[in-house]
Design a protein around this ligand. Structure first.
Ligand SMILES: Cc1cc2nc3c(=O)[nH]c(=O)nc-3n(C[C@H](O)[C@H](O)[C@H](O)COP(=O)(O)OP(=O)(O)OC[C@H]3O[C@@H](n4cnc5c(N)ncnc54)[C@H](O)[C@@H]3O)c2cc1C
Ligand code: SF4
Ligand code: SF4
Length: 944
């Protein structure tokens, strides 16, 4: 990893590029720096801390934040007294590691690479755009980025929300949305997609810090179109009391001695004033400021907004072969989508580099594992503040002190971020110094952080199973956020139980199993086909199973994207490529009926239907990708009322088909489009993400074919996020009328003789309107298909809305919690074509990892049968949901149970039901669980 480095130039062709970079000196030897921070304490000069958005002061020698990677300090040459004036050098003797090195100079390096991925992120909205909101004139008008730092424990006020003017606690805060987005005044005609959701997040976090805060969010449309995002807005409203006001804020001016006054107009044209202590500007994501420079040096094309230009079927390919783009530089987007794009790009790049696969691998080595069999139990307990995530509620010093008093605990300490690089160094050092042989970390979720700490154990020469993680964040500071004393006591209880369990931990053996280098992709829509092609391009045999008699899925019914890109031809060519690919077996009319096995070694039974007959085949494969898509929802109710049946009421998809009819006479002269007619209601309580775009696309197409057509779109929030905002504007310019409705006064659709009437409240006219259009078009939303059956077959979870639930929203967005199972497309959540294609490429990239490695590590926590105790009753064999216990015949002809370790998921059902207690779970033996329960029964005082 080259940080502090500038890209200079690129030459060559795909597969053989030469990249020239300038590595700037850090003046610190990263190999020696332990990130102890002593140098910063002694450095006499001040420097505005850019990481904290200029809201605090740091020193020329510093690290940006505790978890920075690489965890090495660096010196700012512009402010360092030695580098500027040849004086000072106080840091040199202060540094105990002798890491300061003023002799370092800049180095130009040449890198030979086969592919390039651009990820320069986003830039800032110009300050001139913020000026009308008094930004830069009044200190209590801050940007959302500055507010993000104010909320952060490593921010300027350690996470306390204070006014910058006088450090008082604000009582009233306003968020203003769409600052620098959806604004032609600053040439940003697009929607930044993320600011509605981050404003909700920031407002909720601020309320968690100070529940008395009065927060109002001023918006045009709340664009919370992502998976489960509407639920977050509901929580913000109902649980946190955050107010949402649909209004365009005209300006912000100083008010009274310290306050700020907002002037805004409401839908009915009224001008309203409101006073606040602090105003947060939800700034959009601009293109990076050096976008043109990057584009010129790399010869890639930019779009009108200076973001990298791409197409919906190849969303990560730039205009130059061999150069890919991911993240916000491809267009504004959030973290899960950025992470998904990165996985996808890594997969595409690995196709480009496949000839070189295996070259240049460096296999990490670990010190020899210490044999602790004869050692006395020596436990180290490390308690984490997690910034203020835990420390803001739980009294961490008290908990740490309490842990120190427990039997066998020979070392204990607290840290601000246990997951930071320097904290790992400390853990390793303390293991050595105190000869620790069991480690308990009281911190956040083991789901995300256990592997990191286990890696540290291995680096320190200990078996990684000699580790116990206690989750005092989710289970204490989060769920008891308003009861700090109870949260502190519960933390003590959980640590006492963790230590009790740790006393009985034994090292567990690790197993590896070979992988069948084949994949199964379920679903032959654009997601499934893209995933299959990406895997085949990497060289892996893939079986594509489609339940219908043909490939193509939902895209077969779509003619063009909202941006006018024809889809029919490209879809045909994708189907053609899939069918001709020698590494892809296409099975149509296929149904997955059974799956056995585990990552690397699945065995699936597939039913192949041919007319009235069918046959079953078994396929062995290493991974499976779920791309089963979704369908248009058939609503039972629309806008809270039973759906009226009439041939004048159709769905957006049906309208799209009619719009391509040859005869113009069949086209309607008047249409009322009703948005959220299914989604965001009683039937489906989520946003289907694509229907606002669909409505705008159809409205524009109808205007194109029949310019006289009168079109009214009744909506709750027009969610034309990203560049689709341009099309929303174009539709308005072409005369399409958009009228918002509130859930408290929903439009009504009724039948009157042969016609259909729509009545609704017009917020501008301030009166009820009744219209009898030629057609009513419903945006009915999307539902997943078949996920419940598959979730049972594969033992994977679904959300309350029946979409597949990924392993982690941000960190593992295309992986399912069951190893070797991946998800993409509509089966994951509603999304448009380009996002589906990227997700499919990402799922294929992730699925290829075990196939490339050729083997998988099996978690050491598996069931273990004590053959002496086993009476061979076979109960465990019948109960194990993963078919992972078999009966074996022993030498004495007696039958005994035996675990197939590779497929054991450690659910513990067998151990819980064994009548003779012959089965125990590695890491969760009966003795360990009993001692944990015993520790639970003790009081805090007893233990101290
Ligand atoms: C106020 C605010 C709050 C947000 N909150 C959330 C949230 O809660 N959840 C969420 O999902 N999303 C949130 N987002 C969006 C999130 O920040 C983006 O999705 C994400 O940062 C995009 O990742 P990226 O890697 O593309 O860009 P960036 O995070 O901008 O990273 C780009 C990196 O590239 C480096 N770089 C730039 N140019 C070059 C170059 N020429 N050479 C080498 N390196 C270069 C930059 O220094 C930077 O480190 C928020 C955004 C804002 C503005
Ligand atoms: S509508 Fe779009 S630009 Fe405006 S705040 Fe919401 S996400 Fe940002
Ligand atoms: S119409 Fe569809 S995309 Fe638009 S807000 Fe409603 S559910 Fe979301």
């Amino acid at each position: 990893m080259l940080s502090n480095t500038d890209f200079l130039s690129l030459e060559g062709t795909p597969g053989a590029f030469t990249v020239k970079v300038n590595v700037r000196p850090k003046y610190i030897d990263a190999a020696k720096c332990t990130a102890c921070g002593l140098c910063t304490q002694y450095c006499p000069r001040h420097l505005v801390d850019e990481y904290n958005e200029g809201l605090s002061i740091t020193r020329p020698i510093h690290i940006d934040y505790p978890q920075a990677v690489p965890a090495s300090y660096y010196i700012d040459p512009e402010t360092c007294m030695h580098l500027k004036h040849g004086t000072c050098k106080i840091c040199v003797p202060v540094c105990r590691s002798r890491a300061i090195d003023f002799s370092q100079t800049a180095k130009v390096e040449e890198l030979e690479v086969g592919a390039v991925v651009l990820a320069p992120g986003f830039g800032r909205v110009p300050e001139s755009t913020l000026a009308k909101y008094s930004y830069g004139q009044h200190p209590d008008v801050v940007t959302s980025l500055e507010f993000e730092r104010l909320l952060n424990p490593s921010g300027p006020y350690q996470g306390h929300v204070l006014c910058l003017s006088d450090q008082r606690h604000p009582k009233k805060i306003a968020f203003i949305q769409c600052v620098g987005s959806r604004d032609l005044g600053c040439d940003n005609g697009y929607c930044s997609s993320v600011c509605c959701m981050y404003a909700i997040k920031e407002a909720m976090v601020a309320k968690e810090h100070d529940p008395s805060l009065d927060i109002t969010i001023y918006y045009m449309d709340m664009r919370t179109q992502g998976k489960d995002f509407d639920a977050a807005q509901k929580r913000a409203q109902e649980q946190f009391g955050i107010k949402f006001v649909r209004a365009k804020v005209a300006d912000v001016t100083p008010w009274g001695k310290k306050g700020l006054k907002l002037t805004y107009s409401t839908m009915d044209g009224a001008h309203v004033f409101a006073a606040f202590d602090m105003v947060v500007l939800s700034v959009g994501l601009d293109a990076p400021k050096d976008a043109q420079d990057i584009a010129k040096k790399l010869d890639v094309e930019l779009n009108a907004y200076q973001f990298c230009d791409t197409t919906p079927f190849a969303p990560l390919n730039t205009s130059r072969e061999g150069i890919l783009v991911v993240g916000a530089f491809q267009g504004p987007k959030d973290i899960p989508e950025s992470v998904t794009q990165s996985s996808a790009a890594a997969g595409i790049a690995s196709v480009m580099l496949k000839q070189q696969r295996g070259a240049g691998y460096v296999i990490k080595s670990y010190p020899e594992e210490r044999d602790i069999a004869e050692e006395e139990v020596r436990i180290g307990v490390f308690t984490c503040h997690c910034g203020i995530n835990i420390g803001g509620v739980v009294d961490v010093p008290l908990v740490d002190q309490y842990a120190g008093g427990m039997e066998n605990v020979v070392y204990h300490s607290e840290s601000l971020y246990s997951c930071s690089h320097d904290a790992q160094q400390v853990i390793k050092q303390k293991i050595k110094e105190h000869n620790l042989n069991r480690i308990v970390i009281a911190a956040c979720s083991p789901r995300t952080h256990e592997p990191l700490f286990q890696e540290t154990m291995k680096d320190a020469g200990l078996n990684r199973s000699l580790f116990e993680m206690v989750n005092i964040r989710d289970q204490c500071s989060w769920v008891h956020a308003n009861e700090p004393e109870a949260a502190t006591k519960k933390s003590m209880d959980l640590i006492r139980m963790g230590v009790a369990k740790a006393r009985g931990i034994k090292p567990l053996a690790e197993h590896t199993v070979p992988v069948t280098p084949k994949a199964v992709v379920l679903g032959g829509g654009v997601a499934g086909m893209t995933a299959a092609l990406t895997l085949a391009d990497q060289g892996y045999h893939t079986t594509l199973l489609e339940k219908e008699a043909f490939l193509g899925g939902n895209l077969l019914a779509i003619k063009k994207t909202i941006f006018g890109v024809e889809t029919e031809k490209t879809l045909k060519s994708i189907i053609d490529r899939v069918q001709k690919n020698k590494l892809i077996d296409v099975c149509t009319q296929a149904e997955l009926v059974d799956v056995a096995g585990f990552v690397g070694n699945f065995s699936s039974v597939v039913k192949l239907n041919e007319g009235k007959t069918s046959k079953e085949v078994t396929i062995d494969h290493g991974v499976i990708i779920l791309a089963t898509g979704g369908t248009e929802y058939v609503p039972k109710t629309v806008l809270g009322k039973e759906l009226v049946k009439s041939d004048k009421i159709i769905t957006q998809r049906e309208l799209e088909t009619r719009l391509y009819a040859k005869n113009k006479k069949d086209l309607p002269n008047s249409v009322v489009m009703v948005q959220c007619a299914g989604s965001r209601g009683d039937d489906l309580n989520y946003c289907s993400k694509v229907c606002c775009n669909h409505a705008v696309k159809n409205a524009l197409m109808l205007k194109d074919r029949n310019p006289k057509a009168q079109i009214i779109v009744l909506y709750r929030d027009m969610r034309t996020y990203g560049y689709a905002e341009e099309k929303y504007r174009e539709a308005r310019e072409k005369g399409v009328v958009f009228i918002p409705y509130e859930t408290s006064a929903m439009p009504e659709i009724t039948k009157k003789g042969g016609s259909v009437e729509v009545s609704f409240f017009d917020p501008i006219l301030r009166e009820d309107v009744i219209i009898a259009p030629d057609l009513v078009t419903l945006s009915v939303g999307i539902v997943p298909q078949g996920t419940e059956v598959l979730s049972k077959l594969l033992k994977v979870p679904v959300t309350a809305d029946k979409f597949f639930l990924e392993a982690h929203v941000k960190l593992r967005p295309v992986e399912m919690p069951v190893d070797g199972v991946f998800v993409c497309g509509l089966a994951h959540s509603p999304k448009p074509l380009d996002e589906t294609v990227v997700q499919a490429q990402a799922a294929a990239a992730k699925a290829a990892i075990p196939l490339v490695k050729g083997m998988v590590h099996v978690a050491p926590i598996v069931s273990n049968v004590n053959k002496e105790e086993c009476i061979g009753c076979g109960l465990c064999v019948s109960l194990c949901p993963y078919k992972t216990i078999k009966m074996v015949v022993m030498e004495d002809k007696k039958k005994k149970a035996e675990t197939i370790v590779a497929s054991c998921k450690a659910c513990g059902i067998c151990a819980a039901h064994c009548p003779t207690f012959a089965i125990s779970m590695g890491g969760f033996t009966n003795e360990q669980i009993y001692s944990q329960i015993e520790a639970f029964g003790k009081s805090i005082e007893e233990n101290v």
